[in-house]
Design a protein around this ligand. Structure first.
Ligand code: BGC
Length: 731
């Protein structure tokens, strides 16, 4: 079956709230004027003029990582005599990962997914692309979209949650923005790279249907709608073959079924062969040495022994040149050394975080805090007097003020990967959370209690520190407790979703909750966390890894300057044992995806497990009423779902109404799947008729007997405020 273009309703919501940040992210208008045909023809012509040595230099990264100019991750030497510029590439999940140039730290991409706003994802991509070009990078490696199958996943903060359509739509928007701003976008890690355990080569066993309907789907959507220049194949094996030499996922699916015209680049050290990889679809190797496979010598040998063809080598080079031409990098390569407007970037980072914070619980309307009545505010834990936490590894950035990983030398971290890969996760902010709170409550006394030990930020709270926090909470009108969960690349998985660093944060929250009836807990994490104290506190806010605008963003939400509108892109379970991969605390070296399609909320639905907070959940300071659902089914199996949404509360806010397709006629399909959504801003009393277009492809199921898609019949559309808060149902 022909895969048609999916186009979900783009969020209509609040994106102009912050003039400075929005204009920073929008930047200059895209100016690439090449048609696809022209780009292909020009790439063909260039290939004909290249010598063999020049071709070989275009498919292999030039430097060891530590030597890449500008602190990038990889470098392809250009061919000046033909006007082909060099390509300097850099990680860019949450901002530029240059190891020598200062960069803005935006919120984690998991936070971005929590905004459910493709327009924001576009702005996010544009804001990062600006800095990449200003620093001299032509390629950004930031498009991570492995699904949150493993709730404890070490790199989950770099990805876009557990639903393939949400992840795919957000990634497509980010990718479009990156390339509209003349930076080649890489999406990664293709495919099945859902865990860090055995990260350099664990073998995933995934059946074809599960692969197609879940793990390949975000990539498929991003390829189709975002047209990324590059797809990075991952470290792991898929059904026996390394992803970077896997004929099925590279040649059959990506380049065959999806007609991907761009290039496949290896993750750093993920290539394992020369001829096998090239013939399976790998186009470029990134070198970390010492074992490399697409070097000039080895590729020449493969040509000489007819293990690969000249035509295939030309195809590899043509793909690269085509991408450079189409994105505008060929004719307008970044110059680097440009001034960066860090203030504007920080304002956008704050705006993005404000749209992504999720209000999980708000008993008795504890939040927002009223600055005119709260006189004594206790801020406890999480080094909230200093900064916010970020994820570690290649998804991290350098300090925007000093350009360094601050204080790294003096800090101890529970990993062997060292300073370069595990920088100080506490960013010294121009506005720490305590200061941001004080600014919004100028007449209140804001006092911090907790650990001030920045030499070991993850050490457990001492009894003395807990006692001090309790005594402060007792004398305060409200106690805001910050808890954190660190994670990062090459850091392994979390063993449990329980708060681990420091290990006794649960005890801290429980002690404070006994001392004060008005406790607000703010979580900074890149994964779901367990909350044994959930029923003992009034309010819970998930702030993710909030980026360098986090202090202000969190304070603005706590005091109602901003109405929280984020929704969970991942399920928060009640206990470890509820997650589909739980095996008593260990993580499989070679994961078997035996839960099949029952992943994320699909698992909890199918197994009738009540999550602590379900996928799609998120509260607001106002209230939204849903009514009058109409489903208009079209002849081509697409549908229009429309309903009325009314803000019947007291303040302006944005809601994310979600459309699920439930009960398809199929014996294997889990109870429901997300098929569309919108993000709608409404003033108090305002009503809007919301229309969500559901393409026919949202009914696709993989037909294993014919090895093709088919459309499932039947089912019912549900419209809800979360996957478990269904407000309307219609045939
Ligand atoms: C990571 C990639 C990253 C690359 C370059 C690898 O270890 O898996 O995500 O892009 O390093 O830094």
């Amino acid at each position: 079956m022909q895969v048609k273009r999916l186009s979900l309703a783009i969020a209509s919501a609040a994106i102009c709230l912050f003039a400075q940040s929005a204009s920073y992210a929008a930047g200059q208008a895209p100016s690439t004027t090449f048609t696809d045909d022209m780009a292909h023809r020009r790439a063909d012509a260039l290939v004909k003029q290249l010598t063999l040595d020049e071709k070989l230099q275009l498919i292999h990264s030039e430097y060891q990582m530590s030597d890449v100019p500008g602190g990038g991750a990889g470098y392809i030497q250009g061919v000046p005599r033909l006007g082909i510029p060099s390509i300097n590439m850099v990680d860019s999940a949450t901002g530029s990962g240059s190891t020598v140039q200062p960069s803005t730290t935006f919120p984690a991409t998991l936070a971005l997914a929590a905004s459910w706003d493709p327009m924001l994802a576009y702005q996010f991509g544009a804001a990062i692309a600006h800095q990449l070009r200003e620093q001299g990078f032509a390629m950004g490696l930031g498009g991570g979209t492995n699904l949150a199958r493993e709730a404890r996943g070490g790199r989950m903060f770099e990805y876009l949650g557990e639903d393939p359509v949400l992840a795919g739509e957000m990634l497509a928007a980010r990718t479009r923005a990156t390339q509209d701003h003349k930076v080649i976008a890489t999406i990664k890690h293709y495919v099945g790279n859902e865990q860090e355990t055995n990260r350099m080569g664990g073998n995933d066993t995934i059946d074809e249907r599960t692969l197609r309907e879940l793990y390949l789907l975000p990539f498929e959507l991003a390829v189709e709608q975002g047209h990324p220049g590059s797809v990075m194949c991952s470290y792991n094996k898929v059904n026996g073959d390394y992803a970077c030499e896997n004929q099925h996922v590279l040649n059959d699916v990506l380049k065959g079924d999806w007609h991907f015209p761009g290039q496949v680049q290896s993750d750093w050290g993920a290539a394992h062969s020369t001829a096998k990889a090239i013939n399976a679809g790998l186009d470029e190797e990134e070198d970390v040495g010492p074992t490399v496979f697409l070097t000039p010598t080895l590729v020449k040998q493969a040509l000489a022994s007819d293990q690969i063809t000249q035509a295939r080598l030309d195809d590899m080079v043509r793909r690269k040149l085509y991408v450079m031409i189409r994105t505008g990098v060929m004719d307008d390569p970044p110059q680097g050394g440009q001034p960066i407007d860090f203030d504007a970037a920080r304002a956008f980072a704050q705006h993005a975080e404000e749209q992504s914070i999720v209000l999980l619980k708000n008993e008795d309307r504890q939040l927002p805090l009223d600055a005119s009545t709260v006189k004594r505010i206790a801020v406890i834990g999480g080094h909230a007097d200093v900064g916010v936490i970020t994820g570690g590894g290649s998804g991290d950035t350098r300090d925007p003020v000093t350009g360094a990983f601050p204080g790294c030398g003096g800090l101890t971290f529970p990993t062997s990967t060292g300073c370069g890969w595990w920088p100080n996760p506490w960013i010294k902010l121009p506005t720490p959370i305590t200061a941001a709170i004080q600014k919004l409550a100028p007449n209140a006394t804001v006092t911090f209690a907790g650990s001030e030990d920045m030499n070991n930020p993850f050490r457990a709270y001492t009894q003395q520190e807990i006692d001090a926090a309790v005594s402060l909470a007792r004398q305060s009108d409200v106690a805001i407790v910050f808890v954190t969960q660190s994670s990062g690349e090459d850091f392994g998985e979390l063993h449990s979703l329980a708060l681990a660093n420091p290990s006794n944060q649960d005890a801290l929250v429980e002690a404070v909750a006994q001392a004060n009836p008005h406790v607000v807990v703010v979580v900074e994490s890149g994964n779901p966390v367990l909350m044994p104290w959930k029923d003992q506190v009034s309010s819970i806010v998930e702030a993710w890894y909030p980026g360098e605008g986090g202090g202000n963003a969190i304070a603005n939400v706590l005091f109602g300057q901003v109405d929280p509108s984020g929704k969970l892109p991942v399920t928060f379970p009640l206990r470890d044992a509820d997650i589909p991969t739980w095996d008593g605390g260990s993580i499989a070296q070679n994961p078997v995806y035996s839960e099949g399609l029952k992943m994320g909320y699909r698992w909890y639905d199918a197994e009738h497990i009540q999550p602590m907070f379900p996928f799609g959940h998120g509260l607001s300071y106002t209230h939204f009423a849903y009514s009058d659902l109409r489903v208009h089914q079209h002849g081509d199996h697409s549908a229009t779902v429309s309903f009325t949404l009314r803000n019947d509360g007291q303040v302006a806010g944005a809601e994310v109404p979600q459309v699920y397709l439930a009960g398809l006629n199929d014996p294997v399909e889990p109870p429901k799947r997300l098929v569309g959504w919108d993000k709608v801003s409404l003033n108090p009393g305002e009503t809007r008729r919301v229309r969500v277009e559901i393409p026919a492809q949202m009914r696709r199921v993989w037909d294993t007997s014919h090895n093709d898609w088919k459309l499932a019949t039947g089912g019912q559309f549900y419209v809800g405020a979360s996957s478990r808060d269904i407000r309307l149902k219609g045939q």
